[in-house]
Design a binder for this molecule. Structure first.
Ligand code: SER
Length: 586
C-alpha cells in the first residue's frame, strides 16, 4: 500500500466515523513552553481542558489530522532503522465524544481490517512497573483497556510502566495512560487517554471530561504496510535515498535524508538558523549536512535533495507553504558562510582526532570537543560523525554538561550587563549578541593582542595590560604608562599592527600547566587568579618564535589577515599612570 493511500484511508476512516478533519498545525507551536510541535495533540490542548469548545470550532467532539512533527529528543537515534527528527503523525482525537472502548476498537479495526495487518501485541499501563517515587506511581492500573483488548480477541497484552504514560507536553497540560499497538515488533500506534491535568509540579488532577489522543507515525506504518525492514526503504524515503551516493555508509545516507526533510519543513514554517531554540536545531541539521557535503561527495547537491522534498510534499493541501526557493536560499546562505569558515576546521578536526588515535588514545578529551563546538563551529554531531569514521570516541554526556555550564555562565553575565537580553558570548572581556557580532568581536580580540605587543615594542617593556573591554564597535585597552603618547608613537603602534596583519600570520594556542606557561614569557596579568592549566594564544607559526603570546581563553581568528585594517581612534588618560586606547577594525 502506497503511503499516499495510507493517508487517504486514514482520513476517510475517521471522517466516516464522525471526525472533523483538521489541517496540520505549524511546526512552531502556539504553546511557548515547547520548542517545536512533537505531537498531533498539541494544537488541541485547550479542547481537552475545556477552555475551548470543539463543537463550536469543528462541529464535532472528534477530530483527525496528519500532523507534521519534529522530535529533537530523537536526533541522536537517527541513522537506525526507525528514528527520525521530522515525521508525520496520523492521529484521531476526542474531547468528550468517546473514550477507551471506541478508541481501542477504532485502532484494531483500522490496523487489521483496513490495513490488513496483524497486531502482534499491545501494551497497557500498570503502576507496579513504575519506579518508586515517580509522579505516575499513583495512577490506577488500566484494567479497562485490557478488558477491551481481550474482548476484541487480542491475546498478547503486556503490562508496562512509564513508557505507556503520555505527557504533558511542555510545562503542564493534559496527560494520561496509553495503550500501544505493535505490528511486526514495531510500535506503530499510541492511543492516549487524557484523564488528568498535570500541573508544573507534576501534580495530577482529573480532567472534567476525559479525552482521547492517538498518534501513529506515517513512516513506521508505511514500513510495516510495505513490508520493508526500515523506514528508509518505504516510498516516502526511496526517492531521497537514491539521490544520495551509494558509496556513503547507509547510516549517513539516512541521516542526510532525515535532516534534509527537517530543514525543508522547518524553514517553510518560518524557522531561520540561529544560536537559540528552534533556530539552533535547524542550524544543527544544516551544518551536519554541510559537513558531510564538504567532506565527501554526497551524490547530489543538498539543494537538489531539498527541492525533491518540497516537490514530494507540496501536493498535499496541508503543505502548500513549502517553498523550494526560500528553502534553498536559506540553506545556501548557511552553506556558503559555514563552508568557508568551518571547512578548514573540519580538516583540522580530522587531524586532531587522528593524532589522538595514533597516540593510542580512544577517547577524545571532552574539552577538545567543546572547544571545537564553541570556537571552531564544529558542532558535536559533526565531531561524533568524524570520530565514528576514524574509530575514536566522544563523550556525549560530558559535552552536554559543558554546554549547560557554559550557557549558565553566559546567561548570568548577560542578564547582569544587558538587562536580560541574550548574549551568545560573554567572557567578561568580550560580548556578542549574535553570530555576526561574534565574528566582529573575535577580530577585535585578536587585534587587541597585537595592540598589546605593539605598545611594548614602541613604549617599552613597562607597558602592562590593565584591562580591556571589547564590544562590537571597538576595543578599549587600558595599560600602564606614565604620560600621554605622542602622535608619532600612536602612528608607529598602528603601523606595526597593520604590518603584522598584512603578513597574515596564523593564530594558534597551546594548553599547559600554569608554571610552564609563565616560563614561556607569555603576557598575562600578574595579580590574576589563573587555573592550574592555561591556554596561551600566540601569533606566528609556533609558540617558540611567536611575536605575540598571551594567556587567554579565546576566541581568536585563525589568521590575522581576517582582522582587516586596524585604527586607533583615541588615546587618553584612564587613571593615574594608566592610559586608555580605543581602536577599531574594518
Ligand atoms: N500524543 C501521543 C504521541 O505523540 C499520541 O498522539 O505519541
Amino acid at each position: 500500500m502506497k503511503s499516499e493511500d495510507i493517508r487517504k484511508k486514514f482520513l476517510e476512516f475517521f471522517a466516516n466515523r464522525g471526525h472533523a478533519i483538521v489541517p496540520s498545525s505549524s511546526l512552531i507551536p502556539d504553546d511557548p513552553s515547547v520548542l517545536l510541535t512533537t505531537a498531533g495533540m498539541q494544537q488541541f490542548k485547550r479542547y481537552y481542558t475545556g477552555e475551548l469548545d470543539p463543537m463550536k470550532d469543528f462541529g464535532s467532539y472528534n477530530t483527525a489530522s496528519i500532523q507534521k512533527s519534529f522530535r529533537t529528543s530523537d536526533i541522536d537515534e537517527v541513522g537506525d532503522e526507525s528514528h527520525l527528527t521530522f515525521f508525520e503523525m496520523l492521529g484521531n482525537f476526542s474531547f468528550g465524544g468517546y473514550f477507551k472502548e471506541k478508541a481501542v476498537e477504532y485502532g484494531r479495526e483500522f490496523i487489521e481490517d483496513v490495513m490488513g495487518l496483524k497486531i502482534d501485541y499491545v501494551t497497557v499501563f500498570d503502576p507496579t512497573k513504575v519506579p518508586a517515587g515517580d509522579w505516575r506511581k499513583g495512577v490506577p492500573r488500566d484494567d479497562e483497556s485490557r478488558a477491551i483488548w481481550e474482548k476484541l480477541g487480542v491475546k498478547d497484552i503486556r503490562a508496562e510502566g512509564t513508557e505507556v504514560f503520555w505527557g504533558p507536553t511542555g510545562a503542564e497540560g493534559p496527560c494520561g495512560p496509553t495503550t500501544e499497538i505493535y505490528v511486526n515488533g514495531v510500535e506503530v500506534w499510541n492511543i492516549v487517554f487524557n484523564e488528568f491535568y498535570c500541573d508544573k509540579n507534576r501534580k495530577l488532577a482529573p480532567l472534567k471530561t476525559p479525552g482521547v489522543d492517538t498518534g501513529m507515525g506515517l513512516e513506521r506504518l508505511a514500513m510495516v504496510a510495505q513490508n520493508v525492514p526500515t523506514i528508509f526503504e518505504t516510498d516516502l524515503f526511496n526517492p531521497l535515498i537514491s539521490l544520495i551516493s551509494g558509496k556513503l555508509p547507509m547510516r549517513v545516507r539516512r541521516i542526510i535524508s532525515d535532516h534534509i526533510r527537517g530543514i525543508a519543513f522547518l524553514v517553510s514554517d518560518g524557522v531561520r538558523p540561529s544560536n537559540k531554540d528552534a533556530g539552533y536545531m535547524l542550524r544543527r541539521l544544516m551544518r551536519r549536512v554541510i559537513a558531510y557535503a564538504y567532506r565527501d561527495n554526497i551524490g547530489s547537491p543538498p539543494q537538489d535533495i531539498l527541492r525533491l522534498v518540497v516537490d514530494q510534499y507540496r501536493k498535499f493541501p496541508d503543505y502548500r507553504n513549502l517553498n523550494s526557493d526560500i528553502v534553498i536560499k536559506v540553506f545556501s546562505e548557511e552553506y556558503e558562510g559555514y563552508k568557508e569558515k568551518v571547512g578548514p576546521e573540519i580538516k583540522a578536526t580530522e587531524k586532531i582526532f587522528s593524532e589522538y588515535k595514533a597516540q593510542g588514545k580512544k577517547l577524545i578529551p571532552p574539552a577538545v570537543i567543546f572547544g571545537l563546538h564553541q570556537s571552531a563551529g564544529v558542532t558535536f554531531d559533526i565531531s561524533s560523525d568524524i570520530a565514528e569514521e576514524l574509530g575514536v570516541e566522544v563523550d556525549r554526556k560530558a559535552f552536554e554538561q559543558d554546554l549547560d555550564r557554559h550557557k549558565k555562565i553566559s546567561r548570568a553575565g548577560g542578564e547582569k550587563k544587558f538587562g536580560g537580553h541574550g548574549l551568545i558570548l560573554n567572557t567578561g572581556e568580550l560580548k556578542a549578541g549574535s553570530e555576526e557580532e561574534l565574528k566582529k568581536v573575535t577580530r577585535l580580540h585578536t587585534a587587541t593582542h597585537l595592540l598589546n605587543q605593539a605598545l611594548r615594542d614602541v613604549l617599552g617593556k613597562d607597558v602592562r595590560q590593565m584591562g580591556s573591554d571589547i564590544t562590537v564597535e571597538r576595543t578599549r585597552f587600558d595599560f600602564t604608562f606614565p604620560r600621554k603618547m605622542t602622535a608619532d608613537e600612536v602612528k608607529k603602534v598602528e603601523k606595526i599592527v597593520n604590518e603584522k596583519i598584512e603578513e597574515n600570520l596564523p593564530v594558534g594556542f597551546k594548553e599547559m600547566p600554569k608554571t610552564e606557561a609563565e616560563a614561556t614569557g607569555a603576557l598575562h596579568f600578574f595579580k590574576s587568579k589563573y587555573p592550574e592549566r592555561v591556554k596561551i594564544y600566540y601569533v606566528g607559526k609556533s609558540l617558540e618564535d611567536a611575536w605575540s603570546k598571551e594567556f587567554c581563553g579565546g576566541p581568536h581568528v585563525t589568521r590575522i589577515g581576517e582582522i582587516g585594517k586596524f585604527r586607533i581612534i583615541k588615546e587618553e588618560a584612564s587613571s593615574a599612570g594608566v592610559r586608555r586606547i580605543r581602536a577599531i577594525v574594518g
